[in-house]
Design a protein around this ligand. Structure first.
Ligand code: NAP
Length: 485
């Protein structure tokens, strides 16, 4: 620990680098690091923390296993991590291993980029019955997220409902409808592949509360459903007959993605049933009102909707009073992710984000005063919307605010700004943190483990396994000693 009076020197110089902590190692955290690194004439020390030993957030734990191209974005993050002024501290949880006061003691600025860690609730009876799950749990399970390997999903059910028309719903449907051979070539968790081999799922009901023109999925995702080996998309012609409001919206040409979605769905309707063993049955204008069952899900009750424009002209679902019950044994609620409050950081319960102005954290008060040195990026800043690339401009905006505040002298004034002091702190607490070098070792081992299955990698799904693998490979592959060893 240094006692040099660094705070007297200009911040961002070789003698007194700008010290930034980024909490979360998903896309928004990496894009924030990238923009900081791109600043000419500014020396920035970046320490990125993640509660998991592995980096990349939803790129690793959310993107579907059969979408390897999307995951290749991690090559960009690898380059960012190679920067000499960048360090990764995996397996360090903000709020327990590291608290706000620790960060304020070591950094000039903190960027919270923790994503949205839970699911949105529907608040309908039966939502919490066994075999009714948030889609986010299924996604984390098949992606080997270490919080989920012991979760169980009743894949003996022949009829399944997936609620919601977003891209997460599309991912879940594809995984349920793919053959084991299709899945084996992906980096799906080994236990999930095994469970899905024994799946008896036949009919997947996709329930959208609004119409085809209001679907939240994007064109490639709806097209992919029609290209599966053993599943067919079933759309009754009446389901894609648009109401006058939706037809006018599509005809206006204002939303090309929506127009293409409708076109693809009409092709499916015209194609009919081609006899493939699994069926993806698209249902529009239905809202679940109850998940029925005693010990487990037995059916889902839906009310039929019609669309009505609100004050702003947005088409909203309105219940007609006509009900239908669909027998299903398993439900996935794919109605969106939701942000979770962090200790010591303002949070707005209603919008489930950290209140902010273009990335500057504000107090959760009507006037919203800036919280000095605190920034936010990604889903915890704007809510769970957009694709991976959306995070780039979002993080650039945040970093621009931080740089403005640096110019104005409006950052934190850390009492222990030297690089070694954070390692000292973690070591004193016996936290076995994982460096980027360690991660690269894990990455190589996972890829080697995948060879036998013909998969790009076989992921570790337990933190202990990861830490053991790092310790075992220390002598040959990692020159740095594990702290706490
Ligand atoms: P999303 O895109 O916000 O979709 C949520 C869906 O749930 C919408 O269809 C919404 O309908 C519906 N919904 C919400 N509340 C409901 C309720 N109470 N009852 C019935 N339906 C309800 O969320 P997501 O699918 O979780 O995706 C999150 C983000 O990640 C999106 O931006 C998505 O594009 C992105 N993502 C991208 C990919 C990819 O690029 N391949 C993959 C996965 C996720 P309304 O429209 O009527 O509200």
């Amino acid at each position: 620990m240094t006692t040099m009076p660094l705070s007297n020197l200009p911040v961002g110089t070789p003698a007194n680098p700008l010290r930034v902590a980024i909490i979360g190692s998903g896309p928004s955290g990496f894009y924030a690091a990238d923009h900081l690194q791109k600043q000419p004439d500014l020396v920035v020390d970046i320490d990125m923390f993640d509660r998991l030993p592995t980096p990349f957030g939803l790129v690793r734990g959310g993107v579907a296993p059969d979408h390897p191209k999307i995951k290749s974005v991690t090559k960009v993050y690898d380059k960012i991590a190679q920067h000499q002024h960048f360090r990764f501290f995996g397996h360090v949880e903000y709020g327990t291993d590291l608290v706000y006061a620790d960060l304020a003691r070591h950094y000039h600025a903190i960027i919270f980029a923790v994503g949205a860690q839970t699911d949105r609730r529907m608040d309908i009876p039966g939502e919490d019955l066994p075999s009714s799950h948030p889609a986010t749990e299924f996604v984390a399970w098949y992606n080997a997220h270490p919080d989920y390997p012991d979760y169980e999903f009743d894949l003996t059910a022949e009829n399944v409902a997936v609620i919601g028309l977003g891209n997460v719903a599309m991912d879940v449907i594809r995984i349920l409808a793919s053959t084991p051979e299709e899945l084996a070539e992906t980096d799906i968790a080994d236990y999930a592949l095994e469970a899905l081999r024994h799946s008896r799922v036949k009919n997947i009901y996709v329930l959208g509360r609004r119409g085809p023109a209001q679907s939240a999925f994007t064109n490639p995702e709806i097209k992919e459903l029609g290209e599966l080996h053993a599943a067919n998309v079933i759309v009754a012609p009446g389901e894609v007959t648009l109401d006058p409001h939706s037809q006018a919206f599509i005809d206006s040409g204002a939303d090309k993605v929506a127009a293409k979605n409708v076109e693809v769905l009409k092709v499916y309707a015209a194609r009919g049933d081609n006899g493939k063993p699994r069926k993806i049955i698209m249902r529009f204008l239905v809202s679940p009102t109850e998940i029925i069952g005693t010990d487990k899900v037995e059916a889902i009750k839906v009310v039929k909707n019609e669309l009505q424009p609100d004050d702003k002209g947005n088409l909203k679902a309105r219940a007609t009073g006509e009900y239908e019950t669909i027998p299903v044994g398993l439900v996935f609620r794919s109605v969106g992710y939701q942000g979770v409050a962090l200790p010591g950081v303002p949070f707005n319960e209603k919008s489930a984000v950290i209140p902010n102005d273009r990335g500057r954290v504000l107090t959760d008060t009507p006037a919203g005063a800036p919280v000095i040195g605190n920034y936010v990026a990604g889903w915890i800043k704007r809510g769970p919307t957009g694709v991976i690339g959306t995070n780039k401009p979002d993080s650039v905006e945040t970093v621009e605010m931080l740089l403005e505040d640096l110019q104005a002298g409006l950052l934190l004034d850390p009492s222990e700004p030297d690089r070694a002091s954070i390692e000292d702190l973690l070591n004193r607490q016996h936290i076995r943190y994982v460096t980027y070098q360690h991660w690269l070792t894990l990455d190589r081992i996972e890829q080697e483990r995948g060879v036998n299955r013909g998969a790009p990698r076989l992921k570790f799904s337990r933190v202990d396994e990861m830490l053991d693998a790092i310790a075992d490979h220390k002598i040959t592959a990692v020159s740095e000693a594990m702290p706490g060893d």
